[in-house]
Design a binder for this molecule. Sequence first.
Ligand SMILES: *Cc1c(COP(=O)(O)O)cnc(C)c1O
Length: 380
Amino acid sequence: MNADALTARAWCELDGAALAHNFAVLRAALPAGCKLLPAVKANAYGHGAVPTARRLRRLGAAGFCVACAAEGAALRKAGVAGEILVLGYTAPADLPLLRRWRLTQAVVSGPYAAALAACGRRLRVHVAVDTGMHRLGLPVDDLEGVLKVFSYKTLAVTGIYTHLCTDDTLAAVDRAFAERQLAAFDGLCRALAVRGQTVPPRHVQASTGILRHPGLQYEAARPGIALYGVLSGAEATARWGKALQPVLSLRCRVAAVHTLAAGEGAGYGLAYRAAAPAVLAVLTVGYADGVPRALGGGAGTVLLHGRRAPIVGRVCMDQLFADVTGIPGVCPGDAATLIGRDGAEALTACEVAAAAGTISNELLSRLGPRLARFWREDAL
Ligand SMILES: *Cc1c(COP(=O)(O)O)cnc(C)c1O
């Protein structure tokens, strides 16, 4: 462990070997030669965008997906090479930013393509195709509209893609919808070829798409959450999670320990009340660090000395309370675990997210900039 973790207030421990393992698992589920464009948006789902992207490049990532131009620019400023695809909307007026940092922009609609093309400067784009999610992309049945994107002299189309939106569950109806999305996308690509349009590299699968449809023969894929060793919800985790290794652990420290008499309260609103004599540990992490406030009142758990302790009272901005009654010897300075393993016990991101009423993606991507981040295997 990095020596800084000995003094940090609250920190993420990141396991480079786990990242490499997950990358290999996803690569093995894809056809030979399929390019991986990992999603490193939202600070690489809280893992730290630049160090994560550098590691993924060394592992063989062809490029990256980000949410916005600023995220792409930050990677370039740090020297990250490879194609960087901006998945979200960028104002056409920001086209110089895209060009300056050699970013590839997703074409989110027909009029958007026209607006980008009208800027008169050459730009790399991927055509997003809406096959039923109705988020971004040209409608899959708009063959003429898609052909028009290819026709603009200033737009270099280096990819075409769609996004599956029901891939996280095992329900037959969701599976059938994903199959319809795939069929519609394939139909559009065939129609483009029939019209004499060379089809650029295609990509469809995000994490569960790769794990669920390993036979698909597209030229690239966009894994996010699975690279981090996690899946969104309990159902996907139970089905595919075992092959993956979590990359991130979240830890903090005991700042103080209080012994309360029966009837005494603690924290804002005295929302915690000791029913019997109790021992509370004050921990050095709070909702401003990304620990959901919903984990208070006994909903969430931390690990201390390898044992589970409930999060009690109201989670504060920078601190929270754990009930350590029955865990002997808890002292200021001890490390507590909010996500990850401590001895024989472990808290998975999926479990913590469920306790807070959300999914692992939200929990991880909200882990804030105030957390220190240490990679366990720092050899470059
Ligand atoms: C975020 C995102 C991904 C990655 O999704 P995961 O489920 O985290 O693998 C892929 N494609 C698009 C369009 C996305 O927005």
